[in-house]
Design a protein around this ligand. Structure first.
Ligand SMILES: CC(C)(COP(=O)(O)OP(=O)(O)OC[C@H]1O[C@@H](n2cnc3c(N)ncnc32)[C@H](O)[C@@H]1OP(=O)(O)O)[C@@H](O)C(=O)NCCC(=O)NCCS
Length: 214
């Protein structure tokens, strides 16, 4: 699933029609042994918010696989969109929790993971949450790299947290999101992302950018 140069990546809320392709991305990104996210339940959970990264625009490809079936049986969803990643967030009293984030392996290292993370920071700022937390495997070098880049620091370790292989989880937490340093970091990461990957992504709503930057 290579990214087409004429197509653009957009981030939008996950809907029921996205669940099948999202499950395919989840299996491909996390592997076959990791417990599956109950997306059907999660997208109706009022304390959660799920997003998808979709590739769209340009010349539509002839449908294949599930896309072809979707058209044949009118299963819904936009046939010109291809899900390439997703992000799951839970709200707690004053903290946003990143429950899951994944990018299809064939689309990784193209900035989609960091674009999804920027969305999480946007959501947290909009909701005036104080921090963002997550768990990550110590062996997950790409994820650790990205999280540290975004200001997350190790604050704890959960023994044998992952049921598939008994691996510990590192608990990571951002500094206060409203601190001058963290605001400057995220703003500079957003600018860097735009300069580096901007052509491959649909622009965000400028009003949302202004609200976040304030
Ligand atoms: C983590 C994940 C979402 C990142 O998505 P992505 O689209 O590849 O992310 P980006 O392209 O925005 O950024 C990847 C970064 O990781 C870096 N990276 C890639 N492989 C790496 C490795 N083996 N070690 C360290 N850094 C690595 C890239 O250089 C890039 O950083 P840079 O922009 O500073 O150069 C993706 O790897 C994934 O889906 N992994 C499987 C699911 C998963 O582990 N999710 C996280 C659970 S906590």
């Amino acid at each position: 699933m290579a990214i087409d140069a004429q197509r653009r990546i957009a981030i939008r809320p996950m809907t029921a029609a996205d669940i099948r392709p999202v499950q395919r991305v989840e299996r491909a990104a996390y592997g076959p042994n990791v417990p599956r996210t109950p997306f059907e339940r999660e997208i109706t959970n009022g304390l959660a918010q799920y997003f998808v990264a979709v590739e769209r625009g340009g010349e539509p490809e002839p449908p294949h696989g599930f896309d072809a079936l979707r058209r044949l049986f009118h299963l819904g969803g936009d046939p010109d969109e291809r899900v390439v990643g997703f992000l799951g967030l839970w709200y707690t009293v004053d903290q946003l929790h990143i429950v899951t984030i994944a990018v299809d392996p064939s689309a990784q290292t193209g900035g989609i993971g960091q674009r999804l993370l920027l969305e999480a920071f946007h959501v947290a700022a909009e909701s005036e949450l104080r921090t963002i937390a997550l768990e990550v495997r110590p062996s997950n070098a790409p994820a650790l790299h990205v999280y540290e880049k975004f200001g997350f620091a190790h604050v704890g370790r959960l023994r044998a947290y992952y049921s598939d292989n008994g691996e510990d989880a590192l608990v990571m937490l951002t500094p206060e999101l409203a601190s001058a340093e963290q605001v400057a970091l995220i703003s500079s990461l957003r600018e860097q992302h735009l300069a580096r990957f901007g052509d491959a992504f649909e622009a965000r709503d400028p009003e949302a950018e202004t609200a976040e930057g304030s």
